[in-house]
Ligand binder design. Structure first.
Ligand code: NAD
Length: 342
């Protein structure tokens, strides 16, 4: 069977990471018919928008997409293409696993966390405006019962399907009594439907401190949008950094797979950054397509290359200027070689 998949190279370091990922996925023997779609600042002149309808139509038609990061101008300019894809396609659950691999120099060994981030509401609803220009601005944080219920339910279903023991709801309900108060109430109600999975909750600031000190006490974390974004970067830091953190945006019918990290623009075209996060996002896609054997093949090869520590990018070396660090494509080559040895 050949899978038709929307492939969005993105910008910054995205295209080189997506090339590396594509090569690894094709080396599994699974066949893909890539429907390549461009988005971001580079298509503005041609389409008058960074997110042409053709990109969304392609994902709707193919049901699954693999994506590189896309740059968002900071403070001014167009709104995030990444957020728009998730919101327009109603990809309400952003799944971000953070698992440590042997061979890395980490503060904690055997960290195994999954952040499930609500992906369509909260502060990312993007409802903000100047009240008095340059003096006061306002942003509206939307939390709804249906939005909260479906993502918490997703987290519990994910926990059940993946043999996880505990779901922790992360919130700031002590201060944000209306919004996070509702979110926490709904989380507690949903938890009652899953007596086989433990449930607790943590205030987000305390959660961050506890994750740094005692990550093994946690398992699946379900978070409103902004907290999920921040907590998942923290979790990436626990397991080796953004270079190794994959992600999946899941809706009822559609799914878009992309790394947690952004476009790391200062490294564009340098064949320098770590392809692992994008490649492991591809492995999550293989799982989604029920290509479990291929997914495991990729994940094992990545783990082997990292454990050997030889053919890895600068971020996985003991020092950032280690001359033995390899480039993006050379790390992908090593992963492909490790796959073929099995
Ligand atoms: P970033 O994730 O791009 O980079 C932050 C730092 O993390 C980099 O300087 C680098 O040190 C490290 N890093 C990131 N990816 C790495 C990799 N593959 N290998 C090794 N190290 C890596 O975050 P940023 O600098 O805050 O954002 C840059 C741009 O990316 C912004 O425009 C932002 O809006 C965008 N962004 C896009 C997405 C997405 O496409 N989903 C996600 C986050 C940020």
């Amino acid at each position: 069977m050949t899978y038709r998949v929307t492939l969005i190279p993105g910008d910054g370091t995205g295209p080189e990471l997506v090339t590396a990922t594509r090569r690894v996925l094709e080396a599994t023997g699974v066949e893909f018919d890539w429907d390549v779609q461009d988005a971001g600042a580079g298509v503005m002149d041609t389409y008058g928008t960074p997110l042409p309808d053709s990109v969304l139509d392609s994902i709707r038609a193919n049901k699954v997409a693999l994506k590189g990061p896309i740059t968002t101008p900071i403070g001014t300019g167009f709104r995030s293409v990444n957020v728009a894809i998730r919101k327009v396609l109603d990809l309400y659950a952003n799944v971000r696993p953070a698992r440590s691999l042997p061979g890395m120099s980490l503060c904690h060994e055997n960290v195994d966390l999954v952040v499930v981030r609500e992906n369509t509401e909260g502060l990312y609803a993007g409802i903000e405006h100047d009240v008095i220009p340059d003096v006061a601005a306002e942003s509206i944080r939307i939390i709804t019962r249906p939005g909260s219920e479906r993502v918490v339910r997703f987290a519990f279903d994910y926990a059940r399907a993946n043999g996880r023991r505990l779901v922790t709801a992360v919130h700031k309900a002590n201060i944000l009594k209306a919004t996070d108060g509702l979110y926490l109430r709904v989380a507690r109600e949903v938890a009652a439907d899953y007596p086989d999975i433990e449930f607790n909750d943590r205030i987000v600031d305390n959660m961050c401190m506890q994750l740094v000190q005692r990550p093994h006490e946690y398992d699946v974390l379900v978070c409103p949008n902004l907290f999920g974004d921040i907590v998942s970067d923290l979790c990436s830091g626990l397991v080796g950094g953004l270079g190794v953190a994959p992600g999946a945006n899941i809706g009822t019918e559609l799914a878009v797979f992309e790394p947690v990290h952004g476009s790391a623009p200062k490294y564009t075209g340098m064949n320098k950054v770590n392809p692992t996060a994008n490649i492991l996002s591809g492995a999550l896609m293989l799982r989604h397509l029920d290509e479990l054997e291929a997914a495991v093949q990729v994940e094992r090869a990545v783990a082997q290359v990292i454990a050997e520590g030889r053919s890895v990018t600068y971020d996985l070396k003991p020092t950032r200027d280690d001359p033995s660090a390899v480039g993006t494509q050379e790390m992908a080559d090593a992963i492909i070689a490790a796959m073929s040895l099995r």
